[in-house]
Design a protein around this ligand. Structure first.
Ligand SMILES: [Zn+2]
Length: 146
């Protein structure tokens, strides 16, 4: 066995450690080397009185997602309006007719991607907002039952 005080090995039969003189216990944590104590296991795990709200983490997550999507949407809108502004600037110097028509097509191509992205984002935002509303409703019901 090992001394619980100094950790030195002790032959069976001794009641005191030969190294430090600590009394040896035949039961308990004699085998435990010092500096390596067993974490006390409390019979009751600490629990807060309130049951955890299962909806709150999801709601926080959704709100974060919505915030990010709205930022994306804002960026796309800004980019689109700068594309339009650039078109208006350049087309002002372009002669009438074909060339100006070309600029128009160019603008449409440039705006096609962002336009679709914008619509997708707006749809996503609407869906998430609906989801958020549902969750908040469920949360309110859950809270009423507590
Ligand atoms: Zn000892």
């Amino acid at each position: 066995m090992f001394c619980s005080q100094c950790g030195s090995q002790i032959e069976d039969g001794f009641r005191f450690c030969q190294q430090c003189g600590a009394p040896l216990q035949t039961t308990g944590n004699v085998m435990q080397r010092p500096g390596n104590p067993v974490a006390p296991v409390s019979p009751k795990a600490p629990r807060s009185g309130k049951p955890q709200d299962p909806y709150q983490p999801q709601i926080v997550q959704l709100k974060l997602q919505l915030k990010q999507l709205k930022l994306d949407l804002k960026q796309i809108t800004t980019r689109m309006s700068s594309t339009r502004a650039r078109y208006n600037e350049t087309s002002a110097f372009a002669p009438r007719g074909l060339l100006r028509e070309g600029y128009k097509i160019f603008e449409d191509i440039n705006l096609l991607g962002p336009q679709q992205q914008k619509q997708q984002l707006q749809q996503q935002i609407m869906q998430l907002e609906q989801e958020l509303l549902n969750l908040q409703e469920q949360q309110a019901q859950w809270k009423a039952q507590q």
